[in-house]
Design a binder for this molecule. Structure first.
Ligand code: HEM
Length: 331
């Protein structure tokens, strides 16, 4: 009887402690070691985003790509060297805008002046992302701190670690499921596409080469499809041309993304899938009708993501980098 009781307790414990959150992080991690952490991050974020309004979306995507490749360890910030092609130089990361790297680097420089060697680049990226989301209207979810910077950054590790627009619903659900996210969390996270851009190359197939029967994806609202065709009509310039992910309120973090989807205003095939698949459609409808529910679920999912394969205090494979673009062993 006692062993059954112990067994039940164990099951209960396992089911309430998400596996990805086994590393102990906490919001007050720098309270005594770097009391100015919050202020410095906030000031720098405000300065950067006010001048370069695309920084918020750029940084949110940078954070996602970092976490999905070997965990949230700022490995994406490391630069390539003569004998190592780093993550950031993998094809899938080449379109990550420089402003996202720049804001983290500015904050690191400012922090090193007041508390040298204390704050990890991975924590800076996590806190910067949250603050930028808030600045463009999104939810203020908690930032848990204490992660270490990774020692490894190889382009080869990006292979297969990021989602792509060719995925169907099953593959999307599998991709996020493999990383511990439920279908609801996946739909909430995709709400990140309420801000930012996508280059023509990421959706021209929907416009010009959809299928043998029809060149244009019938799920796209016709007027929207025409506007996108005009934008992306020249293959020569398509590399630089980009459309807003959320055509209605592109710079505002809100639930407009979900309202767009049933109207044929989802930009990427993978966005549109969310409203077509019966497993995800009810969640799209929920978030379209209830921004509070979206903000709550998005915030919770971001906190969960921020724990993904994190290296905590005393664990091997982590350090506090002196500069974010190189491991300490390099300089
Ligand atoms: C099935 C999953 C996903 C796919 C296929 C996908 C794909 C894409 C693509 C193709 C772009 C445009 C990139 C370019 O043109 O260079 C993009 C942009 C973006 N993605 Fe995703 N994404 C996914 C999930 C996510 C998630 C989970 C987040 C964050 C939580 C996110 C955040 C962003 C942001 C903020 C942008 C705009 C970046 C900017 O304007 O600089 N994406 N995504």
């Amino acid at each position: 009887m006692a062993s059954l009781y112990k067994h039940l307790l164990l099951i209960l414990f396992i089911s309430v402690v998400p596996i990805s959150q086994s590393v102990i992080l906490n919001p007050d991690y720098y309270k005594t070691s770097c009391p100015d952490f919050d202020r410095i991050v906030l000031e720098q974020v405000h300065e950067k985003q006010s001048k370069f309004v695309t920084t918020a979306a750029a940084t949110l995507r940078l954070f996602f790509h970092d976490c999905m490749t070997g965990g949230c360890d700022a490995s994406i910030l490391i630069g390539s060297t003569s004998d190592n092609k780093a993550e950031k130089d993998h094809e899938d990361n080449l379109s990550l805008p420089g402003d996202a790297f720049d804001v983290v680097s500015r904050i690191k420089t400012a922090l090193e002046l007041v508390c040298p060697g204390v704050v990890s680049c991975a924590d800076i990226l996590t806190a910067t992302t949250r603050n930028l989301i808030v600045m463009v209207g999104g939810p203020h979810y908690p930032v848990h701190l204490g992660r270490k910077d990774g020692l490894i950054s190889h382009a080869s590790r990006v292979e297969g670690s990021l989602p792509n627009t060719e995925m169907n619903a099953d593959r999307m659900i599998q991709y996020f499921g493999d990383r511990g996210f439920s279908v609801q969390e996946m739909v909430a996270l995709l709400g990140a596409h309420t801000i930012g851009f996508a280059n023509c190359g990421k959706f021209t197939k929907r416009l010009f080469n959809y299928s043998a029967e029809t060149p244009t994806d019938p799920a796209l609202k016709p007027a929207y499809a025409e506007a996108l065709k005009n934008l992306c009509s020249n293959p020569e310039t398509n590399v630089t041309m980009a459309a807003f992910n959320d055509v209605k309120t592109p710079g505002k973090f809100d639930n407009q993304y979900y309202k767009n989807l049933p109207k044929g205003l989802g930009l990427l095939t993978t966005d549109n899938i969310l409203v077509q698949d019966p497993r995800t459609r009810p969640i799209v409808e929920l978030y379209a009708a209830n921004e509070t529910a979206f903000f709550k679920d998005f915030g919770d999912a971001m906190v969960k993501m921020s724990y993904f394969q994190v290296k905590g205090d005393g664990e091997p494979g982590g350090e506090v980098r002196r500069r974010c673009d190189a491991s300490n062993s390099v300089d």
